[in-house]
Design a protein around this ligand. Structure first.
Ligand SMILES: Cc1cc2nc3c(=O)[nH]c(=O)nc-3n(C[C@H](O)[C@H](O)[C@H](O)COP(=O)(O)OP(=O)(O)OC[C@H]3O[C@@H](n4cnc5c(N)ncnc54)[C@H](O)[C@@H]3O)c2cc1C
Length: 597
């Protein structure tokens, strides 16, 4: 059974050489991060992930969270692991120093988060949601609210949750019915929230729920939704815990994966109403929740990267040890490990190349997020904000969809042993399957991409990025390395296809939104595929220059170049098909009437 090993070398390469930590670490408001500090943080996180979280992943999956009499117990070992996590100062690494955090750039916090996700996704959801709550409160919470909640959430002593979904309100949050009735300075919350991740548990003494609800005279739709803090236990003025609030877990969902993460039905206000404190202005709750959701969407995209990495590691180890058949053309002699069969090599490289491309894309988004907040130049902040806004649905949608494919390939490499639970390969597929659904399904991400992002600004940011991609062509043309230069043609065709599809979206967005919606998911996948190829080609060029300079680990750089060439030859050609789907295929998507299905 393989244990998780953090892919430190690739993480360091992407952070330092591809994205450029030095440009991030020197911005005001970001903690100074030297190469030594980065190595220390990644090294220690890797040890914690491998030593504490990974060993609980399978037992947590088998045991699951348990529910009895309104109480939820995390699986064995989770409580102790969480205490160690908090004591180690791992909670919300990018929290600003002034609110008790470590102020690390997202570019440094993200690989750490990737490790938690790889080692134990179910566990890592709990601190991930707390970070999202912190993000929303820091930006919109009142001084009094922040005084009451921020410190303990930042340290991890308390956890946070996000309560949007109701039985009739999933993707469509305009249908939220939970009521918030004014009561003095506060509100009384009544309603039912479903699917609330870590909505009740025994890891911490208090849980701080962020809840979407409507005040009595609120207008219909999304413009009538407000946001409330509802603590499980009320907090006394001296910071100690007071009465139990009127919110209870009434059941846990039985589900396909992430068994250790309790998915709760929460009943608010069965008695007098749960006391809630409004965050921000009345009827503007969804805007604040979007701050948290954007944070969480990047986080969920990263879950895709992390599960793909873990599935790859397990498949690689299996392929090295499973002996089956002889090398092609050999009729006698020793049988070989399956890693020697070209088709298994193809599957492993598909897993490896796409995982590295997704990592490069997710970390690029993290760096853009840092620059959007901390860059000295206001125009650069705006430019990076537009870039990260464009990337968020792509990272969320593409990385999660691909992670499901990669986890499935991991099972294929295991043969029949992948289909039985014993090897653990199946858990990664089961766990990955939720990532394309929660925090907005892939369809919702794609709608965001074609509507609020590309359509709304007539493709301005999208074309700026394809312009950057085109600049690589000249550099690839000058490469002296045949494996690097070979990527040029396929990258050029892929970028042309993306630009053509973007133009089609821009032209049709205002006049035929139905057609645009019909091909929005292929467009999102096209973006991910091409952006991944662009970053892999950039990585190959960096690796070539490192080899020429005689710097670092030559084996790693040669492998990076070969992996990038594989991506260009086996993944990038998909861009032509996706682009054609977008430009030519909308009509047939909507051709059938309901009765014809
Ligand atoms: C394990 C788990 C954990 C979760 N954790 C949380 C949590 O912590 N907090 C929380 O609030 N929620 C949580 N959720 C809920 C989750 O966010 C929703 O399930 C998700 O947003 C989809 O909503 P839905 O299930 O109602 O599906 P629906 O909205 O009914 O969607 C069904 C299908 O229709 C498609 N669809 C719907 N509307 C559109 C549209 N306008 N355009 C195109 N396609 C559309 C969707 O893409 C999907 O394929 C969790 C869910 C699960 C299963």
């Amino acid at each position: 059974m393989s244990t998780y090993a953090a892919p430190l070398q690739d993480m360091r390469f992407v952070i330092r050489d591809l994205v450029g930590l030095s440009r991030i670490g020197s911005m005001p408001g970001c903690a100074e991060v030297s190469a030594e500090l980065l190595d220390a943080v990644l090294g220690e996180a890797g040890k914690f992930a491998a030593g504490v979280l990974d060993p609980l992943n399978r037992s947590g999956d088998r045991e699951g969270a348990r529910f009895a009499d309104g109480f939820v117990m995390a699986p064995r070992g989770f409580r102790e692991a969480y205490q160690q996590f908090v004591a180690g100062g791992w909670n919300d690494l990018s929290a600003p120093i002034k609110s008790g955090g470590q102020g690390l750039p997202h570019l440094v916090a993200m690989p750490v988060q990737e490790m938690w996700n790889s080692a134990n996704l179910a566990f890592s959801l709990c601190p991930m949601l707390t970070s999202g709550v912190l993000e929303a409160l820091r930006l919109r919470g009142s001084d009094a609210q922040n005084e009451m909640f921020l410190a303990k959430l930042t340290s991890g002593e308390w956890c946070g949750t996000m309560n949007l979904t109701e039985p009739q309100a999933g993707s469509d949050l305009s249908a939220v019915r939970t009521r918030a009735v004014p009561d003095g300075d506060n509100y009384r919350i009544h309603g039912t929230k479903i699917f609330i991740t870590w909505g009740e548990h025994d890891l911490t003494e208090n849980i701080i729920h962020l809840v979407l609800a409507r005040t009595p005279d609120a207008p219909e739709g999304v413009k009538g939704i407000s946001l409330f803090i509802v603590p499980k236990f009320l907090v006394n003025p001296d910071g100690s815990l007071g009465e139990r609030n009127d919110v209870r877990c009434v059941s846990l969902e039985r589900k396909l994966g992430i068994h250790a993460s309790p998915t709760c039905v929460l009943a608010y206000g069965d008695h007098d109403g749960a006391i809630g404190y409004r965050v921000g202005a009345e009827n503007r709750g969804l805007e604040t929740m979007f701050i948290m959701m954007n944070h969480a969407r990047l986080g969920v995209g990263l879950e895709g990267v992390a599960l793909a990495e873990r599935a790859y590691q397990r498949a690689r180890e299996f392929a090295r040890t499973r002996v089956q058949g002889r090398a092609i053309g050999q009729k006698s002699g020793d049988r070989v490990a399956i890693i020697h069969h070209p088709d298994v090599q193809r599957m492993l490289l598909t897993m490896k190349a796409q995982t590295e491309a997704m990592r490069a894309l997710a970390y690029t988004a993290a760096a853009a997020l840092d620059k959007s907040r901390h860059h000295r130049d206001a125009q650069e902040r705006r430019r990076n904000q537009a870039f990260v806004d464009l990337l968020i649905p792509i990272v969320k949608g593409w990385c999660t969809e691909i992670s499901v494919e990669i986890a499935s390939l991991g099972i294929q490499i295991h043969g029949g042993m992948g289909f039985v639970e014993e090897t653990g390969a199946a858990q990664y597929l089961r766990d990955a399957r939720i990532t394309t659904i929660y925090e907005g399904t892939t369809g919702i991400q794609a709608a965001d991409l074609v509507g609020r992002k590309v359509g709304f600004e007539q493709g301005a940011t999208a074309f700026a990025v394809t312009g950057e991609m085109r600049k690589l062509d000249g550099k690839l043309a000058q490469s002296k390395n045949a494996d690097v230069a070979a990527q040029r043609g396929n990258l050029k065709h892929a970028v042309d296809g993306l630009a053509a599809a973007t133009q089609w979206i821009v032209d049709n967005h205002p006049r035929d939104p139905n057609a645009v919606a019909a091909v929005s998911v292929p467009y999102l996948k096209l973006w991910g595929t091409v952006a991944g190829g662009w970053l892999m080609a950039c990585a190959a060029l960096v690796a070539e220059s490192k080899l020429a300079a005689g710097e670092g680990d030559a084996g790693f750089y040669r492998t990076k170049i070969a992996t990038a060439r594989f991506y260009a030859e086996h993944i990038l050609p998909q861009a032509a098909a996706l682009s054609s789907q977008v430009v030519n295929g909308a009509g047939s998507v909507t051709a059938l009437g309901e009765e014809q299905f």
